[in-house]
Design a binder for this molecule. Structure first.
Ligand SMILES: CCCCCCCCCC/C=C\CCCCCCCC(=O)SCCNC(=O)CCNC(=O)[C@H](O)C(C)(C)COP(=O)(O)OP(=O)(O)OC[C@H]1O[C@@H](n2cnc3c(N)ncnc32)[C@H](O)[C@@H]1OP(=O)(O)O
Ligand SMILES: Cc1cc2nc3c(=O)[nH]c(=O)nc-3n(C[C@H](O)[C@H](O)[C@H](O)COP(=O)(O)OP(=O)(O)OC[C@H]3O[C@@H](n4cnc5c(N)ncnc54)[C@H](O)[C@@H]3O)c2cc1C
Length: 672
């Protein structure tokens, strides 16, 4: 009999819910962006999850890699059907609701890892929307949205991922036949990594060096058919396959792809930003050279919400588990406390909750900025693109890195059981740690932001106007920032700290150049500090956005919800101030006494948040189907669920495994 048939909700969790002193649903509405959104989200989740279609008859963990992939394809088709037929009227899919947070969130109930359609939804469709002319779009978009074709995004090669200008795949225009000839001249030029490429996709966007009239015009995107639309066989001239097991993403059939003088029609070049005319003349349309990188910028923005969502899942699991787990006996005449009562446990977990809020609110703010930039770009104005590139790069880098670190911390907080796949935390970690690398590696993206910061610093030095997110750089030219422990004061200190770090980098680079290094060498020898300066800038941006969004969103909320949100945003500021004490000592007037007071205030805040901790994570409103966790389910029956999962293991299906007769018994008998 299943252990779960025996009892109801764990009493410790029931007690936590009873003592929560704020309106959980009100916080949920705020996090969803309004009550209407919550109602719509719940409708979608009900349609998708009450059908039972997301469930597996056999635990996915015990399937072979091939079975896992096939199961993921099966469920992807069911999910795609739901998206097309059942959700459309609720999400506005005719526009671009397909990437809405709700669809993304609901998909997680279907896939413990990821769908092989992730790249189709996440990059193929957005690239069609961003890089095609309107004629091209009216041909490709309906086919892609209706899932008549399945695509992916093949940019990275075996030899190059970061350095896009170094890609080796060529697309050479042949005016005789009005075709491009795609070719992979070397092993390192083979496309590598594209999700869904291994077995699923029949089309892909290929980024290749464009040659026409004997001249190279750099990398451009092309839509390329790789498999027959009927038989799914790779087409002649195409070599395609799957790259093998990975830390995560094992249901995503990431693939490799090579071309042997493979021909595609001229109009399969995505021509919104640049065109090749029939006679081979190259015409540049875009006003900014990097608009072909647009899909990457879009996905970087998406990844900030991804980081927030995955952190929300991890801390829901870890906080619920910490409420039902009792361990040790610090007071001999009392029982074992809930581990959530330990200050060190609160230190691990509450920053995780606060970061989930910080990233979610910063991500909404970033989306609004993105929409404004896109609107201006539609009118031909690309002035704000450099600032937005710098902003989206650092936010992608820091959010994914923080999320990976804090999810690992949630695993630590769950002790040994957190190491079980069934806890749900390993899948979250494996997924999020990849986001730190793909769509631009952490270091590489922070160095992009640093380039922008250095230029902005030089503008500040020359007393030229600064764009909004870097206007604080003028602090580098004033006296040391006086320490002020109010939230607004801490944000200002983070800005002073970032300004100080950028200034130090510039001064060091100039010194190195004076001592004979070239500009490139001076930059290269300063990159450790430049990465640190860009991280500090990003921390100041997040802190500022989190604080001001909290103020905006709680302006009309009930007093207790306001208190909870303010406590969390203040905790975020205290935590990072304490983490960066060395830097604050350098760039602000903080004293030893201030530091002692800050540490005390931080510890007191943890205690204030403690009674509402379960309520706060439950405001993320994550159904059990989305969490996939034995430790974090709503009923808190972690031990029963762990035992149930253990009993489902194929290793327990026979009392004696055959290896006993084959190996163990002969060995032990021989050793008698
Ligand atoms: C049924 C199933 C349902 C499933 C649910 C669906 C829901 C969907 C949700 C989806 C969520 C996520 C899905 C995503 C999954 C993605 C998987 C991973 C995909 C990939 O990884 S694709 C490959 C990505 N690759 C990269 O990111 C490469 C990183 N490299 C670069 O970006 C660049 O090369 C570079 C590092 C920036 C350097 O470029 P380059 O050498 O060309 O440039 P320079 O350094 O010389 O700089 C020149 C100049 O240009 C500026 N600049 C650079 N980039 C940009 C830009 N993007 N925009 C604007 N400006 C840019 C740079 O700042 C310099 O300016 P300056 O000269 O200083 O003025
Ligand atoms: C799970 C997963 C899915 C992916 N899916 C896709 C996909 O669908 N389509 C696709 O096209 N690609 C995909 N990728 C590839 C991904 O975009 C690249 O791996 C990523 O952009 C990093 O590039 P790289 O592998 O070349 O790393 P490298 O650039 O080789 O990085 C290796 C190290 O070198 C450092 N480094 C590199 N350049 C510099 C520099 N200029 N300065 C300082 N340090 C530097 C990096 O910081 C890093 O520490 C995927 C990757 C993963 C892991």
């Amino acid at each position: 009999m299943s252990q779960l048939e025996k009892m109801e909700v764990n009493p410790d969790l029931a007690m936590e819910r009873a003592k929560c002193n704020f309106n959980i649903m009100e916080l949920t509405h705020i996090l969803d962006g309004g009550e209407e959104n919550t109602v719509r989200r719940k409708k979608i989740e009900d349609i998708a999850l009450n059908s039972g279609a997301s469930k597996d008859a056999f635990p996915e963990e015990h399937m072979s890699p091939k079975e896992k992939y096939e199961n993921a394809v099966r469920k992807s088709c069911i999910f795609a059907d739901l998206v097309k037929n059942d959700f459309a009227h609720l999400t506005g899919l005719e526009t671009f609701g397909i990437n809405s947070n709700v669809i993304r969130r609901t998909a997680d109930a279907f896939f413990k890892e990821v769908s092989p359609f992730l790249l189709h939804m996440g990059m193929f469709v957005p690239t069609i929307m961003g890089q095609c002319t309107s004629d091209q779009m009216s041909y490709w978009l309906p086919r892609a949205m209706a899932m008549q074709i399945i695509g992916t995004y093949a940019q990275t090669e075996l030899g190059h991922g970061t350095f896009i200008r170094g890609l080796e795949t060529t697309a050479t225009y042949d005016p005789e036949t009005e075709e491009f000839v795609l070719h992979s001249p070397t092993l390192s030029s083979y496309k590598w990594w594209a999700g869904g490429l291994g077995n699923t996709a029949n089309y892909c966007i290929v980024v290749a060096q464009l040659y026409t009239k004997g001249e190279c015009h750099g990398t451009h995107p092309f839509i390329v058919q790789i498999r027959d639309e009927d038989t799914h066989m790779p087409l002649p001239g195409i070599t395609v396959g799957e790259i093998g097991p990975k830390m995560g993403f094992n249901t995503a059939d990431n693939g490799f792809l090579g071309f042997d003088h493979y021909r595609i029609p001229r109009d399969h070049m995505m021509m919104k930003n640049a065109q090749v005319l029939k006679d081979g003349t190259y015409v540049k349309v875009a006003r900014h050279g990097k608009l072909t990188y647009g899909t990457m910028v879009f996905v970087r923005v998406m990844l900030v919400s991804e980081a927030a969502f995955n952190l929300a899942k991890a801390c829901t699991i870890a906080v619920r588990y910490s409420a039902i787990r009792r361990q040790s006996k610090p007071k001999p005449d009392e029982g074992e406390p809930q581990i959530l009562d330990y200050a060190t446990q609160q230190h691990k977990l509450f920053i995780t909750i606060a970061t989930a809020h910080a990233l979610q609110l910063s991500s909404s703010w970033l989306w609004r900025s993105f929409s404004a930039v896109l609107t201006e770009m539609k009118e031909g104005n690309t002035d704000k693109l450099p600032e937005f590139h710098a902003l989206s790069s650092c936010l992608k880098a820091v959010s994914t890195s923080d999320a990976a670190y804090l999810i690992e911390q949630c695993r630590h907080a769950c002790g040994g059981h957190g190491y079980m796949i069934s806890s749900g935390i390993p899948h979250l970690y494996n997924f999020v740690s990849a986001t730190r690398t793909y769509e631009g590696d952490y270091t590489v993206l922070l160095l992009q932001t640093a380039r922008f910061l250095v230029k902005a610093y030089e503008q500040a030095e020359a007393k030229q106007p600064l764009t909004p997110t870097v206007s604080y750089l003028k602090l580098a030219f004033t006296r040391k920032e006086p320490w002020d422990s109010s939230p607004a004061g801490i944000v200002r200190s983070f800005q002073a700290l970032a300004a100080g770090k950028v200034s130090t980098c510039v001064k060091n680079m100039r010194k190195r150049m004076r001592s004979g290094l070239s500009e490139v060498e001076a930059w290269e020898t300063s990159t450790i500090q430049l990465v640190s300066a860009a991280e500090a800038h990003c921390r100041a941006v997040i802190s500022d956005a989190y604080k001001s969004e909290t103020e905006r969103l709680t302006a009309n909320s009930s007093p207790n919800v306001k208190i909870v949100m303010e406590q969390l945003s203040t905790l975020y500021l205290y935590y990072w101030a304490l983490e960066r004490i060395g830097d604050l000592l350098l760039y602000t007037s903080i004293s030893e006494k201030d530091i002692v007071e800050l540490q005390t205030a931080y510890e007191e805040l943890l205690q204030k948040i403690r009674p509402n901790a379960v309520g706060i994570v439950e405001a993320f409103d994550l159904r059990d189907e989305l969490l996939h966790s034995t430790l974090g389910s709503y009923d808190g029956r972690a031990y029963e669920r762990l035992m149930d999962e253990a009993l489902r293991s194929p290793m327990n299906k026979e009392p004696i495994n055959q290896s006993y007769y084959k190996y163990l018994r002969p060995m032990m008998k021989a050793n008698l």
